[in-house]
Design a protein around this ligand. Structure first.
Ligand code: F6P
Length: 487
């Protein structure tokens, strides 16, 4: 088989589609998200296959819907069908109540439940079985994220000795945190059955290597400039750090459209304040939403001249609402917004405009363009693509990014953004005020720095970085795939 025949096989927890019931049947829409944007050009060019959970119940005729959809999408989609119990225990349970909080340094939210772990093991085996039906020589297999850390192990157990690539989109915690996990040994050893592991930042990469060193002493790691090679048994695993990004040009040109400019103008006119500060997040306790509201309140108290002139526009996108901690957070947000607004509002001005809903594409870009400041203050985040999208959409350079030092993006955007510790309400309040009074020239200088950085290191470069580090796949080099990426 020639190099150009490498078929891309992408595996993620969710398929890149949203299936919903319509009045006269079923709708299948493309899902929004960084991974879809990153991999779409490549998977189409290779007529690849995407394997994942369709995210809908058993009543949907998933196979035929996906077959129909794949004709237009130009790649194939294969479902891993999960029962309600599996969704509850593997997805809501182990993935999102154990790994998610632990890997985001929020031990207090962790639930360590042996039945959930066992469901996670079983569902990872199920994914491996579906992959095994489709895998063949000449496939480039790329498995994504924390829900699927054991899949490589199960493929090996089935005797499949293909090159397996894995990327972790969320942070990897410090060794001290990771060792709290009762199943740490199984997990870290399973991860070492991949051939190539990508992490978001240098920090995640160092944390991972430290956990390997302390939990798998028989493995030996040698570090090079940007990567490490871990020898474990017969296998050599390549570890690297590759910060995911966005399609800069797509955001930049879409944000210039007249429809988006109108949406931004309309928003600004309606909300009344001179300066709008944007918060845009999935409902998630990792996003630092409560701390952000308190920091904004503190800014209003500390700098009364900002009152009546500045408002926070906080959009929260519904997410994982079956997990109790997420529902609790929703209630606390409602209470805090109500409390702050009732304390400060007066006729003609409301300090916080809060919306709990999904935004369409035009509305999203309209918000990015309308808001003079973006306040992105997660307690911990793998990368945070909203920060990058905001800058790419700020086409007039008139915007200030305030970014948490605990977002993966801070490593790249630290030179142009105002970096804050989201737990430190005083200095976050000061940063909001500093952004509010910042001279236009400084705003523009900072925003240009940010936009250049994101333009240079866009999502296509992310794909190329990862593929360039991939070990040779038999007689074919994975880099031949990289040549076929756009950008
Ligand atoms: O950041 C990790 C991630 O899994 C993203 O890939 C995804 O967009 C987001 O969290 C939401 O995940 P989900 O709704 O599938 O739980």
């Amino acid at each position: 088989m020639s190099e150009t025949n490498l078929r891309l096989l992408v595996v993620s927890n969710r398929l890149p589609v949203v299936i919903s019931q319509a009045e006269d049947g079923w709708d299948v829409e493309p899902a929004a998200g960084g991974l879809v944007t990153a991999l779409s050009p490549l998977i189409k060019k290779r007529r690849g296959l995407w394997i994942g959970w369709p995210g809908c119940g058993p009543e949907a005729p998933v196979t035929s819907l996906l077959q129909e959809y794949s004709k237009d999408a130009q790649f194939d989609l294969k479902p891993v069908v999960l029962s309600q119990d599996e969704v509850d225990m593997y997805y809501h349970g182990f993935s999102n109540q154990t790994i998610w909080p632990l890997f985001h340094d929020l031990l207090g939210h962790c639930l360590f439940d042996a039945e959930n772990w066992s469901a996670y093991v079983d569902v990872n085996r199920k994914f491996a079985e579906v992959i095994a039906e489709s895998i063949q020589p000449g496939c480039f297999v790329w498995i994504h994220d924390y829900q699927l850390m054991l899949v490589g192990h199960f493929l090996r157990e089935m005797g499949l000795d293909y090159r397996l690539n894995f990327f972790l989109h969320i942070p990897f915690p410090s060794r001290d945190l990771f060792r709290r996990l009762p199943w740490k040994q199984e997990l870290i050893q399973a991860l070492l059955e991949y051939d190539h592991i990508g992490l978001q930042t240098v920090n995640d990469y160092r944390n991972f290597i430290q956990s390997v060193r302390s939990l798998v002493p028989e493995a030996s790691a040698r570090s090079y400039r940007r990567q490490s090679r871990v020898r474990y048994g017969q296998r050599e695993v390549i570890l690297g750090h590759y910060p995911i990004s966005i399609d800069f040009h797509e955001f930049n040109s879409a944000a210039k459209s007249p429809e988006v400019a109108d949406a931004a103008w309309y928003l600004h006119e309606n909300l009344g304040s001179k300066v709008l500060v944007l918060g845009l997040d999935r409902l998630d306790y990792t996003k630092g939403l409560l701390e952000r509201l308190l920091a904004f309140e503190r800014m209003l108290e500390k700098y009364p001249d900002a009152q009546s002139n500045i408002s926070l526009v906080q959009i929260v996108i519904p997410s994982r609402v079956k997990v109790p901690d997420y529902l609790d957070l929703k209630q606390l947000l409602d209470e805090q917004v109500g409390r702050i607004n009732s304390h400060f509002s007066h006729h003609g001005w409301v300090p916080i405009h809060y919306m709990y809903r999904h935004l369409g594409r035009e509305q999203l870009l309209g918000h990015y363009r309308a808001c003079e400041i973006a306040l992105i203050t997660p307690l911990r985040d793998g990368m945070n693509l909203v920060a990058k999208e905001y800058c790419a959409s700020t086409v007039d350079d008139n915007g200030v990014l305030i970014l948490s030092e605990f977002a993966g993006a801070a490593a790249q955007l630290g030179r142009g953004a105002l970096i804050v510790n989201p737990y430190d309400l005083e200095s976050t309040a000061d940063a909001i005020y500093a952004a509010y009074i910042m001279e236009p020239e400084e705003r523009r200088r900072r925003m240009r720095t940010l936009r250049n950085e994101i333009k240079r290191n866009d999502v296509h470069r992310w794909v190329r970085w990862f593929l360039d580090d991939t070990p040779e796949a038999g007689d074919r080099k994975a880099t031949s795939l990289a040549e076929h990426t756009t950008g």
